[in-house]
Design a protein around this ligand. Structure first.
Ligand code: ADP
Ligand code: MG
Length: 341
């Protein structure tokens, strides 16, 4: 009898490892293949080429009952670009591939592309191609992003070392709380032809879910002051999972402090209303697209100078693990979905 192994036994990252372990890069131009936010390719010259892919499926990554097509187009580009920024690079071209079922009209797809166009303008990237095909199951969107980074300034996930400061842009958990608000209103108005959803006062968390931005301004600032982080990752799966990725790649541990994790007032308010824990939203929520990076201790002053960046903890030796420290000194091991320990 053929053996059948359930995907859940591996987790997402275990599955990727299992499927790709036999692929050892043969070309000298392949500097980094799998395991970072983007692949790194050496085509000669002073820069590396960066390449990253993402796939979004209706019903898994977005729900079109409340996600406007235009915003979806914008968000797809932001998600793709964020992975290039996380290598300390700049995006230059995107390709977009769509699978569409008969329920979509030309007008709806035009709206999607309006959003894509708007993000391409905003982040100064060109649409360089893609593919279009029929689908049985709603909308599928694939994006690939090309970018460049100076060889001297490239930042991987694996460069963090002991005593480095752990820095975080923006705030966390808002996109996740925005999603919960949208889901609540969807449930409340199911079957109602004239829904009047209650979104007042929740503009911030909705914007974080429906029209996120990529932190190009932070990459600009780092370049301006000549500071190259020791490691960096974009926060797509939540702080817990992504910090653990950095620690695993860099072979180190970390201590982050609960009271230093930036959570917006609006995120706290929504969490209270929904009886959810805002810290859980920050740690496991995902979809924030902020940048998590590390710098040597001596660079603290420069980080403060940039503004809008929080230092949430520091890197430790691998043996000490990855811990969240509570205000009363309690230590909670940081665990993450997608990981098999
Ligand atoms: P991100 O969250 O930054 O988009 P992922 O967690 O999706 O990155 O992927 C982790 C790494 O695994 C990346 O280097 C990605 O290119 C690689 N990867 C993911 N899925 C596959 C796959 N099906 N085949 C080959 N490589 C993959
Ligand atoms: Mg990423």
């Amino acid at each position: 009898m053929n053996k059948r192994t359930e995907i859940a036994e591996f987790g997402e990252f275990g599955l990727i490892d299992r499927l790709t372990s036999q692929f050892v890069p043969k070309r000298t131009s392949t500097v980094k293949a799998i395991g970072d936010d983007a692949a790194v390719i050496d085509t000669g010259g002073t820069d590396y080429l960066l390449l990253s892919s993402d796939l979004l499926l209706e019903g898994i990554h977005f729900d079109l009952t409340y996600f406007p097509m235009k915003h979806l187009g914008y968000k797809v580009v932001v998600i793709g670009i964020s992975d290039i920024l996380a290598m300390n690079g700049y995006p230059t071209q995107v390709t977009i591939s769509i699978g569409v079922s008969a329920k979509f009209s030309v007008e709806m797809l035009e709206e999607l592309y309006e959003g894509i166009h708007s993000a391409c303008e905003e982040y100064d990237v060109d649409l360089a191609g893609g593919d279009t095909t029929a689908s049985m199951t709603g909308l599928t969107i694939g994006i690939s992003v090309l970018g460049t980074v100076s060889k001297k300034e490239i930042v991987y996930r694996n460069g963090a070392s002991k005593n480095d400061l752990i820095c975080l842009t923006g705030d966390l958990g808002a996109a996740y709380m925005g999603l919960h608000l949208l889901e609540r209103e969807k449930r409340a108005y199911a079957g109602n032809n004239n829904p009047q959803p209650q979104f007042e006062g929740h503009e911030y968390i909705l914007q974080r879910q429906l029209k996120p931005s990529a932190r190009k301004n932070v990459i600009d600032a780092l370049h301006r002051i000549g500071l190259v982080p020791t490691s960096m990752i974009d926060l797509s799966d939540g702080l817990a999972s992504d910090l653990r990725q950095v620690c695993k790649s860099s072979d180190c541990g970390a201590r982050i402090y609960l009271e230093r994790i930036p959570i917006a007032r609006e995120t706290h308010a929504m969490a209270e209303e929904l009886k959810a824990d805002p810290v859980v939203a920050a740690l496991n929520g995902g979809d924030d697209h902020e940048l998590l990076f590390t710098v040597p201790l001596a660079e603290q002053g420069k980080i403060m100078e940039i503004g809008g960046i929080d230092i949430i903890g520091h890197i430790t030796e691998r043996e000490t693990g990855v811990y969240l420290i509570t205000p009363d000194g309690g230590e909670i091991a940081v665990r993450a979905q997608g990981f098999k320990e």
